[in-house]
Design a protein around this ligand. Structure first.
Ligand SMILES: [Mg+2]
Length: 160
């Protein structure tokens, strides 16, 4: 039995970025010459500060990653993943409304990775509840994804 997860899955809104992409910002987005990203109204759009470092660490450890989001703003969310350069880390993306049980069933089908070998980060208790029942190790993200949460998530997975 491996002590490392075979797949790490991230929610998007209030996990990787500090807003609801369907409510608080206005797509389409654009990238400025200095690399900053803004929405249609010129409002700056950012990730939580340690998100790039979190994904980089998992990438260096050779652990595949995925995104699972229930947003209805599929196009905007997909565009942000591209503009932020997160597509190079996230091998699978499941973005559509509905229960996250569906998102994980599809991830399981696509990857052939058992749900018990997945680690999931999400800010919402109801998603943690639903996905935990599938046998996935779930970590609630209170204030955005960061390196310390990644460490405790990997430790919780190893204990599970
Ligand atoms: Mg969320």
């Amino acid at each position: 039995m491996s002590e490392r997860p075979s797949l790490v899955v991230f929610d998007l809104d209030y996990t990787l970025w500090p807003f609801w992409v369907d409510t608080h910002v206005d797509p389409p987005f654009r990238k400025n010459r200095d690399g900053s990203i803004q929405d249609r109204n010129g409002q700056p759009v950012r990730l939580y500060p340690e998100v790039q470092a979190v994904l980089e660490q998992l990438h260096q450890e050779g652990i595949p990653m995925a995104a699972a989001s229930r947003t209805g703003e599929i196009r905007g969310a997909t565009q942000l993943l591209d503009l932020f350069g997160l597509n190079r880390f996230l091998r699978y993306t499941e973005i559509y409304p509905g229960s996250k049980v569906t998102h994980f069933q599809r991830l399981c089908q696509q990857t052939q990775i058992p749900l018990s070998q997945m680690l999931f980060f999400d800010d919402e208790a109801r998603n943690i509840h639903d996905v935990s029942n599938l046998g996935v190790t779930c970590i609630r993200v209170p204030n955005g994804m960061n390196l310390s949460l990644l460490k405790s998530g990997l430790e919780a997975f190893a204990r599970s």
